[in-house]
Design a binder for this molecule. Structure first.
Ligand code: PMP
Length: 380
């Protein structure tokens, strides 16, 4: 009865695509301990080092964080909303100068809920080909039709809009700002221009940029100056903020619509109050003072050939990528092979993600092993 699954796993193993959960023994600042070895952690989304920092946790608990419980006991629309949830939503509205905001349990929940509900029967979604799996899953659940345009290709997007827009009622354009696997950045001004020209709604997923880009940490929308023109901005607390959960912010009418139709919001127990309070405390008290460190991290990323703190080292074949990770492991670096279906076939890679305490010196040996020069693209 299980033969199908056994064979599928064997197939994955044969193609160096089998995934397994690693035994991480300990995390300590920028280091991670695996198999008794201390390794520089280049595979973390803990960009500002707020997650698992004992000092930060203690400070949060001592400043009143210990008032919050570890269970919400209910979905938000039932009894799962305490004042702190609305306070965090209000804080996000104020930061983005938007009418409303809504918390989701994760970025995955947010993207699935938003993309599946915003476009219904007779509507259309235009999505960057490299958008995150959660956006793709949301579109698949939607009753609308979706088109995936070539990555960051604004001319191709416009051609699609020209050809297809007239065949549908509502249109949604969705893109990440900093792309999670490539570290490059969408052309936000052009996306705004196109959504206006073709009368659509623009959703921007700032998962990897929220807390990192901009003086206020709002994301690339802030550094590009288009915050007011993006209809829905999505951000996660599980990366730079070092917590868990996510939000979307925009016009009241769209947020009310999501409250009434996003099933991943409606039908899931709300995050624990302690998580909501921790996200809020980090944003209110810690984010602003990280600006210089964040800018330095981004400068190092650019020096290594990327547009952000995420640097892809594209190898191509799955087995070669796994091999290179092993070599880096032996040399004190923890990196992970990123393979299909996370990235397109033939573009397997090592995704390096910087955190603010990683220095240029930390990266020297890695650069000589991988041949990463940073002069052109971060590809071998
Ligand atoms: N969007 C993007 C672009 C992501 O990279 C991720 C996480 N890898 C998510 C959404 C999902 O966020 P979360 O981890 O909070 O579910």
């Amino acid at each position: 009865m299980y033969d199908f699954y056994k064979n599928r796993i064997k197939e994955l193993e044969a193609h160096s695509r089998f995934r397994f959960i690693r035994n991480i023994e300990k995390k300590e600042g920028k280091y991670i301990y695996i198999n008794g070895r201390k390794l520089l952690n280049l595979s973390s989304n803990n960009y500002l080092n707020f997650a698992d920092d004992e000092g930060i946790v203690r400070e949060f608990l001592n400043t009143g964080g210990d008032r919050f419980s570890f269970g919400s006991a209910s979905a938000r629309l039932l009894t799962g909303t305490l004042p702190v949830y609305k306070e965090l939503e209000q804080l996000l509205c104020d930061m983005y100068k938007k009418e409303a905001a809504l918390l989701f349990n994760s970025g995955y929940h947010a993207n699935v809920g938003i993309n599946s509900s915003l476009a219904g029967k007779g509507d259309v979604i235009f999505s960057d080909k490299l958008n995150h799996a959660s956006i793709i899953d949301g579109m698949k659940l939607s009753q609308g039709k979706f088109f995936r345009y070539p990555h960051n290709d604004m001319e191709a997007l416009e051609r699609l809009l020209k050809r297809e827009r007239g065949n549908f009622k509502n249109a949604v354009i969705v893109s990440e700002s900093v792309f999670s696997m490539d570290g490059d950045i969408a052309d936000l001004r052009k996306l705004v221009e196109l959504k206006k020209k073709y009368n659509g709604i623009l959703i921007l997923d700032e998962a990897h940029a929220f807390g990192v880009f901009g003086k206020n940490g709002l994301g690339v929308n802030e550094t590009t100056g288009v915050t007011g023109e993006v209809d829905l901005i999505v951000g996660t607390f599980g990366k730079a903020i070092g917590s868990t959960g996510a939000f979307v912010t925009g016009r009241r009418v769209l947020i009310d619509y999501l409250i009434n139709s996003a099933r991943s919001f409606i039908f899931s127990t709300a995050l624990a109050p302690v998580n909501i309070a921790f996200s809020m405390w980090i944003i209110e008290n810690k984010l602003a003072s990280t600006y210089e460190k964040r800018e330095k991290m981004l400068a190092l990323g650019r020096k290594l050939g990327s547009e952000s703190h995420i640097i892809p080292v594209i190898v191509g074949e799955n087995d070669k990528t796994v091999e290179l990770c092993d070599i880096l492991f032996q040399n004190g670096y923890f990196t992970l092979p990123i393979r299909p279906p996370t990235v397109p076939a033939g573009t397997s890679r090592i995704r390096l993600s910087l955190t603010t305490d990683i220095t240029e010196t930390d990266m020297e040996k890695l650069c000589s092993i991988t041949g990463l020069t940073g002069k052109e693209t971060a590809a071998l």
